[in-house]
Design a protein. Structure first.
Length: 151
């Protein structure tokens, strides 16, 4: 399975970086690519989020099922997410997950995606969302093969 994660900003905290590396190693059976984009450093928030969207858009491909992580997206439990991933794998789809920066992304940009996915109504830092996504990808992979990690 081919999965790309496009994330605005780097993982700055050493514990986040360590966790990310651990999950990436656990997901070595999947072809996982992570693209880290520099956060736009503009004083105007609207211009900043527009620039982040422009930079992300340069890495999006039409032959992927593109998913944006968004607080108003669809919520799934882990088993439903695993089922979604299994369906995409069975169909031979490549999946791209996008994580915006600290200020979010423009609404008109979000509407271009095949799916919006939410980890709940609470607000999380974009760095923490990346760890949550990696953990859920690993959890989905274990559910898909019937491994005990999920239970």
């Amino acid at each position: 399975m081919y999965i790309k994660i496009i994330a605005v900003g780097k993982l700055k905290h050493k514990n986040f970086l360590s966790l990310a590396q651990d999950y990436i190693a656990r997901l070595s059976h999947w072809n996982l690519e992570i693209i880290e984009l520099k956060e736009a450093k503009l004083d105007d928030t609207e211009k900043r989020i527009e620039r982040d969207a422009f930079n992300i858009n340069m890495h999006l491909k039409n032959d992927y099922f593109n998913v944006i992580l968004d607080e108003v997206g669809d919520e799934m439990n882990s088993k439903k997410f695993a089922k979604f991933m299994q369906q995409k794998k069975d169909m031979g789809d490549k999946i791209c997950f996008v994580i915006g920066g600290a200020y979010g992304l423009p609404e008109n940009f979000k509407q271009k995606f095949d799916m919006r996915l939410s980890f709940g109504k609470m607000t999380f830092t974009h760095q923490f969302v990346r760890i949550l996504l990696l953990e859920q990808l690993y959890r989905a992979s274990t559910i898909m093969i019937g491994k005990d990690y999920h239970y």
